[in-house]
Design a protein around this ligand. Structure first.
Ligand SMILES: Cc1ncc(COP(=O)(O)O)c(C=O)c1O
Length: 274
């Protein structure tokens, strides 16, 4: 596989950034992960808009969208169409001082690709004890400071689960470490509102548009009462949850989960801006 770094495509094994890159030293960066189908990045326009919003939130100058699009096209051209299933776009603060202060260097643009991710039909999840801070300066931004997510996912794996769910500081359901969450009960579908500090997931947004699901402030107890639960993310699309904290969810996948997955499969290519 190849990588885009330093303004060109190189072999992944030869891809380096500076040891003084602020993204590496203090996590001063933003990123996007996209699904790639048949050599075509899915929902690139939406991802670029979110990348720009995340960068603005950090006060980072993201490269112009056209430059990023050109880099994406060049990197994907360097692979066979079925070879790539996921693409990550990272923009960091560039070379800078060792501390929190940012330097004057231009931002670093780094693109990596990987094979398609194959997700199991269902996932087990656990709620972790650490909150998603909905009042944080970086709430809702897709930054490279993911250490909290690393710790939470590790804890989930330790408990035999595949994903960790965060509550916000007020105890409301928020999101997973790399996913948004939907719950269905009494025939209606809900997902935590952005006030919970969750990322405005691209998949979450499309499922909201296509299913009539509603955003709501959801108490943790919804997880115990739900008839069905599912996760969404760019590489998963829609993934049913089978167990929450060891409790079997009554239906996995339930009818609302199946309808969301169907809507995604049927509409995602035709109805989303490239
Ligand atoms: C913390 C977090 N929440 C939600 C998501 C899902 O967002 P998307 O559907 O845009 O992939 C991700 C994606 O990786 C994420 O990292």
């Amino acid at each position: 596989m190849k990588t885009w770094v330093g303004g060109r495509v190189v072999e992944a094994a030869d891809a380096y950034v500076s040891a003084h890159d602020h993204g590496l030293t203090v996590g001063d960066g933003v990123f996007e992960t996209l699904k790639v189908v048949g050599g075509v990045p899915f929902a690139l326009t939406r991802h670029l808009a979110r990348l720009r919003a995340s960068a603005a939130g950090l006060g980072l100058d993201a490269p112009p969208d056209d430059d990023v699009r050109e880099a994406v096209a060049a990197l994907l051209r360097a692979h066979a169409p079925g070879e790539v299933g996921r693409l990550r776009i990272t923009v960091t603060g560039g070379v800078g001082p060792a501390g929190s202060e940012r330097g004057d260097a231009p931002p670093t643009l780094l693109l990596t690709v990987g094979p398609p991710t194959v997700w199991p039909a269902t996932a087990d999840v656990v709620v972790v004890p650490w909150p998603r801070n909905e009042r944080s300066a970086v709430a809702g931004l897709k930054t490279t400071s993911y250490a909290e997510n690393v710790v939470a996912l590790h804890e989930a794996r330790r408990k035999g689960a595949a994903e960790a769910l965060f509550l916000d500081t007020r105890g409301r359901l928020s999101e997973g470490t790399g996913s948004n969450v939907f719950v269905g009960w009494d025939g209606a579908l809900y997902t935590p509102s952005l006030a919970s500090g969750c990322l405005a997931g691209i998949t979450r947004g499309l499922v909201l548009e296509w299913t009539g699901a509603e955003e709501a402030d959801l108490d943790r107890s919804v997880l115990a009462d739900a008839d069905e639960v599912f996760l969404t993310s760019s590489t998963r699309d829609v993934q049913a949850v089978a167990h929450v904290d060891g409790r079997a969810v009554p239906a996995a996948p339930g009818p609302l989960t199946q309808a969301a997955a169907r809507a995604f499969a049927e509409r995602s290519v035709a109805d989303v801006d490239p």
